[in-house]
Design a protein around this ligand. Structure first.
Ligand code: EPZ
Length: 469
């Protein structure tokens, strides 16, 4: 029985399963991510959206599970992997270690038996945060690892101190040298289970330490861990490879180390951040759309806020419908306050898109960003649409335009993934034409974005970057 995302796991129920026999890969093929698309998106705003949008597999879950294949012998087959710049980069990271990776559509087969290096290509790691997660599996598998410091969205300092302290608690000697984290098992053999309390419920360090602990000698107890659903999806994958992980979804995870894990088949969970983004696209354009597959319980923070703002939301099985069409003429959406927090709090990855939507609502809204210290780069771009936003430290004050007037089309630049998507949403609602440049930052996290927007009735098209001369 192959494993797939089980929302109950996010609600901390553990259902151990038997490992599957290995599927045989044919050859190594890593297609480049979506061909280097034109880097400008032109949006003619004002269209009401309608129809249904399919939600892709989760980027952040796929990145962690691709890293986790390194914990296994043999081949793993992953279904529902989104075709994104980031997943292609992650596949290239695995390939740089000697793994055989084959993409076909949204399926990826990773064969790790020929992995012979514990030092991935640093250039690739420098492109995405998720690439750094391989330090856990490599150290556990080889007793050593040398991994370049991660890249990813420039939304804060994003240190790796919790990873370092956690790996030391698992019996590793760890130092930062030449922009790399260099680690080896102190006993010259392998990691040893231990107790570690994370200073902050960091997603990446929880995932990395959980993977490392799976192959450590003895039991590891991690406390104050992150509880994001992507961690439950990773645990579901690891469990089906033979790992013994307990407590996922709570603030304590217990891992009983195992000598060997075997490749398996797993289906990546739907992307709750992509789903939330499309819900906000419907809200900002005062539209009604449906989307699936969605697990509403994983988006309760956003759903509660949008209901409070005047949207109607219904869901049946894994399909959700949102309507922001005014029930009475002249009725507007009310603003609301948000404070981003680790799961189950309001997701920081939906903060910029929510801010864009709030700039069109009635009244004052206050948004506090408590997870990352530099995640307001989109504010000055939103102001170009005429949005009335000012910030004080990690708090933004949004004076919604309400029904009096609309955002106006603008030329803006996507500095990072979610901040960039906020600009696309503003462009959909704005009067006139918007040009969003540096779309490659958005391509990192949204699969087939134009096709999905066009299928909902949006007027969007890609343009080649005009040559500067
Ligand atoms: C993951 O990043 C996601 N990325 C992020 O999504 C997401 O915003 C974030 O979790 C929070 O939900 C991936 O899964 C690839 P953290 P991660 O470690 O793991 C501090 C997107 O848009 N911290 O939970 O890097 C850190 O600086 C991306 O898809 C330390 O201080 O996030 C931050 O302030 C953006 N020391 C806070 O913890 C450490 O050693 C949360 O970071 C590690 C983290």
């Amino acid at each position: 029985m192959a494993s797939k995302f089980d929302p109950n796991l996010a609600l901390n129920l553990i259902l151990p399963t038997q490992p599957r026999p290995n599927p045989q890969p044919s050859s190594t093929q890593i297609p480049a991510a979506a061909p280097a698309a034109a880097d400008i998106l032109v949006i003619t705003g004002g269209n009401e959206l309608s129809g249904h949008v399919p939600i892709s597999g989760s980027k952040n879950s796929a990145l962690a599970i691709l890293a986790a294949t390194l914990c296994c012998r043999g081949a793993s087959k992953l279904n529902n992997v989104p075709r994104l710049a980031d997943t292609a980069t992650m596949a290239a990271v695995l390939s740089s270690l000697g793994a055989e990776v084959e993409f076909s559509g949204n399926e990826v087969v990773v064969e790790t038996d020929r992995v012979g290096s514990a030092e991935p290509d640093a250039g690739l790691i420098g492109r995405i945060r998720g690439g750094f997660f391989v330090v856990g599996p490599l150290l556990a598998r080889f007793g050593e690892a040398a991994v370049g410091l991660p890249g990813g969205c420039d939304i804060g300092a994003r240190p790796v101190d919790i990873y370092v302290r956690g790996l030391r608690q698992l019996g590793a000697v760890v130092e930062l040298r030449d922009n790399k984290l260099v680690a080896r098992a102190a006993n010259g053999r392998g990691l040893v289970g231990g107790r570690f309390r994370l200073d902050y419920p960091s997603v990446g360090s929880t995932q990395t330490l959980m993977m490392a602990a799976c192959l450590a000698e003895g039991t590891t107890l991690l406390s104050n861990v992150a509880r994001e659903p992507e961690i439950a999806d990773l645990a579901s994958f690891l469990t089906s490879t033979g790992a013994r992980v307990e407590g996922v979804g709570t603030d304590r995870i217990c891992v009983h180390g195992t000598r060997q894990l075997l490749g398996t088949e797993h289906t990546i969970m739907p992307d709750r951040i992509e789903a939330g983004t499309f819900m906000l696209a419907a809200a900002i354009t005062r539209s009604r759309i449906s989307l699936s597959p969605v697990c509403p319980v994983l988006l309760s923070g956003l759903i509660d806020k949008l209901l409070g703002g005047g949207c109607t939301i219904s869901h049946e099985r894994d399909e959700l419908e949102l309507s922001a069409i005014p029930r009475r003429s002249g009725e507007g959406l009310r603003g609301f306050d948000v404070r981003t927090l680790p799961y189950p709090g309001f997701p920081t990855d939906l903060q910029p898109q929510t801010m864009a939507m709030l700039s069109t609502c009635d009244g004052l809204s206050i948004v506090e960003e408590s997870v990352f210290e530099n995640r307001f780069t989109h504010v000055k771009e939103l102001q170009k649409f005429g949005a009335k936003i000012h910030t004080e430290g990690s708090t933004a004050f949004i004076h919604g335009k309400g029904r009096r007037d609309k955002l106006r089309g603008a030329r803006v630049s996507a500095a990072d993934l979610r901040g960039g998507m906020a600009l696309v949403l503003a462009g959909l609602a704005a009067e006139g034409v918007t040009q969003v440049s540096r779309m490659s930052n958005i391509d990192r996290g949204y699969e087939s974005l134009e096709a999905k927007l066009r299928s909902l009735g949006a007027d969007v098209k890609r343009l080649e970057e005009p040559n500067p001369s």
